[in-house]
Design a protein around this ligand. Structure first.
Ligand SMILES: NC(=O)c1ccc[n+]([C@@H]2O[C@H](COP(=O)([O-])OP(=O)(O)OC[C@H]3O[C@@H](n4cnc5c(N)ncnc54)[C@H](O)[C@@H]3O)[C@@H](O)[C@H]2O)c1
Length: 505
């Protein structure tokens, strides 16, 4: 453990949204913290806001009054850069402007000297550009916290080419000591989270453009089938479409890879000034209330019984078959190969391709985060599957508390195509040494609350599923965008998963 001593003083420069939150995190760990802003009033108001937040924690019995008082007593607001002398770590969280950031760090280097660490919380400026031309470039790194910093566990630790070799480890250990989950990221656009998360929004925007379903339906499937805390449209409305778009632009233009693209649909909303919750209108209308009714289902279990033909091993559809059995459906025969049939309709996993016209009565199911628990599942049916047959299967699923949502028989159901692309983009990032396999997954779990890291999730479903799905999406939707990265092909050929053979995962 090489974490900074808890007896050392930490400085936070910029007492806005992020700086104030980071100050609380450091003080909560036990450090004395100097919270500096251009105006003393800004820093003092920030402390006031932190007090109110801590008071709420005390009222909810999450913190004792003594602890809250101690945390606040460790934070000193200031408007004097000179008072930061003696700090061992300065975290810069001022406005997103490279000249302003360089200027403040340059001044601080004269005040705090060559041994202090200068970390920037920038989301979009390359750390190497900030370090360029400064006196002690080896002492400059990135520490990317997520909003709200007091709540979100993740911190990305970014080294640039000149960063001293043991500095990143020191920062990582320090962040862990502060109760954070710290991951190493390369100094590339979007670092880890903002890069790997792009398909979560891009696939939703693309599906809406393809008229696959309404925003509320897609959000519901992603939440109740995919296990994500929020659907992509409600999340974009919350983040702000302009903010979300700026990150997409940063990653898309910065990386110039075909898997990233700017959505014309999002652009239309931006042009109309519909930026989300903050303007009263985004994908949803907030005119009457701050949050639109969330589309969510809990179907009333029906009392139907259908006959099932199943095989002994259904792979990842097994929990679903078990749930059907537990709901009282009757197995009429057991066959050899991976096969599930309900009332004469074959149930198959969707693999990114539409069901062919020659298929017998078939329903393809979207991927679920957990078939044993999900409440909503997107599906599509073959031409030969009648509405009545769909209704029978719908009723059978309703007995398990699952609502089947029929979407057109087009390539790519929501959770399937989103996970396939999240895993593709994550694998590509690992292949390009942006991060390790496990850091990619940790970043997505603790930076944006995904139920599971995309690479661990893809490993669970299998590389055969991933490669087939991406190849189908490339064939049927967009060759450039969905082409699997080389590493996925190589792993598939060797029969390995993401967590099997990659060094230092
Ligand atoms: N808001 C987010 O969700 C978020 C998330 C991660 C990273 N970031 C990054 O964190 C940084 C800060 O973002 P924010 O949202 O907290 O901004 P903010 O506008 O809320 O706060 C910035 C603060 O910096 C102060 N400031 C500006 N110039 C200064 C200077 N020269 N010296 C001292 N103080 C100065 C301002 O008075 C203001 O209080 C940015 O680099 C941003 O990219 C933001």
């Amino acid at each position: 453990m090489v974490a900074l001593s808890l007896h050392s003083t930490i400085a936070i420069v910029g007492a806005g949204t992020m700086g104030a939150g980071i100050a609380q995190v450091a003080a909560q760990a036990g450090h004395s913290v100097l919270l500096m802003d251009q105006q003393l009033a800004t820093a003092s108001t920030a402390l006031q806001r932190l007090r109110q937040g801590l008071d709420r924690q005390v009222a909810r019995n999450r913190l004792s009054q003594t602890e809250a008082t101690a945390i606040l007593s460790r934070i000193t607001p200031t408007d004097q850069l000179q008072s930061l002398a003696g700090c061992v770590l300065v975290i810069e969280a001022i406005i997103e402007n490279i000249a302003a950031k360089q200027q403040v760090i340059e001044q601080l280097m004269d005040i705090c000297g060559p041994d202090c660490i200068y970390a920037s919380n920038t989301s979009s400026i390359p750390i190497a550009q900030i370090a360029a031309g400064l006196k002690y470039p080896g002492q400059v790194a990135g520490l990317h916290f997520f909003n709200p910093a007091q709540v979100m566990k993740l911190v990305e630790v970014i080294s640039q080419t000149q960063t001293d070799s043991n500095l990143a480890s020191k920062l990582k250990d320090t962040m862990q000591q502060w109760g954070k989950v710290a991951v190493f990221a390369s100094d590339t656009p979007g670092f880890i989270v903002n890069r790997i998360a792009r398909p979560f929004y891009a696939e939703a925007l693309r599906m809406a453009t393809e008229n696959l379903a309404e925003y509320a339906v897609l959000d519901q499937i992603m939440r109740q089938g995919g296990g994500f805390r929020m659907g992509p449209f409600e999340l974009m409305d919350l983040i702000g479409l302009d903010v979300n778009h700026a990150v997409t632009q940063l990653v898309t233009t910065g990386l110039s890879l075909p898997m990233f693209e700017i959505s014309s649909l999002q652009q239309q909303f931006l042009d109309a000034g519909h930026l989300g919750k903050k303007t009263g209108r985004g994908f949803y209308d907030y005119a009457d209330s701050s949050s639109p009714a969330r589309s969510s289902v809990s179907v009333t279990p029906a009392s139907v019984q259908v006959d099932m033909v199943i095989s002994a091993d259904l792979g990842w559809l097994q929990p679903l078959a078990q749930r059907l059995l537990d709901s009282g459906h009757r197995t009429v025969s057991v066959v050899e190969q991976g096969f599930l049939q309900l009332a004469g309709v074959s149930i198959t996993p969707h693999l990114g391709a539409p069901l062919p016209s020659h298929a017998g009565p078939t329903i393809a199911l979207d991927l679920a985060f957990d078939y044993g628990l999900c409440k909503s599942l997107a599906c599509q049916r073959s031409d030969s599957c009648s509405k009545l047959q769909l209704k029978t299967v719908w009723d059978a699923f309703a007995t398990m508390g699952i609502e089947l949502v029929e979407l057109p028989n087009q390539p790519g159901l929501p959770v399937t195509r989103t996970l396939a692309m999240l895993a593709n983009v994550a694998a590509d990032a690992v292949q390009r040494q942006v991060c390790t396999v496990s850091d990619a997954d940790l970043a997505m779990r603790f930076g944006v609350n995904y139920p599971l890291g995309p690479l661990a999730w893809a490993d669970q479903v299998g590389l055969e599923w991933l490669l087939t799905t991406l190849n189908n999406l490339a064939l049927h939707v967009d060759q450039n965008r969905y082409t699997p990265c080389d590493w996925i092909r190589q792993l598939h050929q060797s029969g390995a998963g993401f967590y099997d053979h990659y060094p230092d995962h």
